[in-house]
Write a protein that binds this ligand. Sequence first.
Ligand code: NAI
Length: 338
Amino acid sequence: HPPTTQMEGSSVVSRANCRAKGGAPGFKVAILGAAGGIGQSLSMLMKMNPLVSVLHLYDVVNTPGVTADVSHMDTVAVVRGFLGQQQLESALTGMDLVIIPAGVPRKPGMTRDDLFKINAGIVKTLCEGVAKCCPHAIVGLISNPVNSTVPIAAEVFKKAGTYDPKKLLGVTTLDVVRANTFVAEVLGIDPREVNVPVVGGHAGVTILPLLSQVKPPCSFTPEEINYLTDRIQNGGTEVVEAKAGTGSATLSMAFAAAKFADACLRGLRGDAGVIECSYVSSQVTELPFFATKVRLGRTGAEEIFPLGPLNEYERAGLEKAKKELAESIQKGASFINK
Ligand code: NAI
C-alpha cells in the first residue's frame, strides 16, 4: 500500500495525494517551524481540522519524523514534509494559509524583545518565501516578539510588492484564551461561555484586556481587575518560569493557534460573523499596527472593529500600551529598512 504521506523529494506517489489534487474540498495550510514545541502540537491539531485538505510541515530540523507521525492519523488532510531552506519554496507554493511558529522561545528572565535578534531574521527569510510562492495566502504570525515581527513581515511584503494588510495577522489568540480562562475562574462559570476582548499587542503592558466588555456582562471588584489584568499580561511569564528554562507556552499556544487558524479557514470559506482578536494593520489608534477584534472573511481581516467604550483604568492602560507598542513597531520596521 502506498503511504498517505511523503517527504519532498521522495518518489512515492500516494493515492491520497491524487485525491487531494483532484479537488477534495478544503484548504491548503503550511506550518513553518512545524517540528518545534508549538509546531508539533499545532501540526496534530491542524491534521484534525476537516477544513484542511493539504497540510505542509516545514522546519529546518526533524520534519521527516513529525510528518511520518502526524500522517498516520486517519483524518482527511494529506500531510507532506519539507526540510531545510532549499525546500521552503515547495512547502509554500499554492498555500491558502501559512502559520509561522518558527524561532526561539523565551527562557526565565527574558522578555519577548530579547528574542528579536534571532527571530527577526527567521521571520524575514520565511516571509520572503511567502511573497515569492504564495503572495495571496493569509499569514498568521506567532514568532515573538509579535509586536515587531508583524511590522517586519509588512516591510518584507511591501518590498516585494505583495503587501495586503488584510492578509497579515499577528496571532494574539493565546491572550484571549488565557483571559477567558482566568475570568471564568473568578466568575465560577464555564470558560467556553466567556469572551474577553484583549487589544493592543502581545507583550507585557501592551496586552490590554477589556474587562469592562466581558461577555456575558459582569462586574469585578478593583482587586479582581488588578489581579486579572496582571495575570493576563504575565500569563506567558508564568509558563516560562514553571518550565524553568525548557521553553515557553507550547500546548496552550498550539490550541490557541488552531482556534485562530480554524477561524481564518471559516472566513475563507465565506462563513458570516467570524470574529477574533488579532494584531493587524489598523487605524483604530494612531499606531500603524494594533490588536482589536477583526472580522475574518474570504480576503482575510475584512473589518476591524473600534475599541468600544473604555473605562478610566483601561484608558490609562491604553496609553502605556501605545507607548511601548510604538517603539516595538519602529524597531521592526527599521530592521528591514536600515
Ligand atoms: P521551539 O524552539 O520549540 O520551536 C521553534 C522551531 O522553529 C524549531 O523546530 C526550529 O527548528 C524552528 N526554526 C528555527 N529557525 C527556523 C527557520 N529559519 N525556518 C523554519 N523553522 C525554523 O519554540 P516554540 O516554543 O515552538 O516557540 C516558537 C515561537 O513562538 C517563539 O518565538 C515563541 O516566542 C513564540 N510564541 C508565541 C506566542 C504567541 O502568543 N504569539 C506564544 C508562545 C510562543
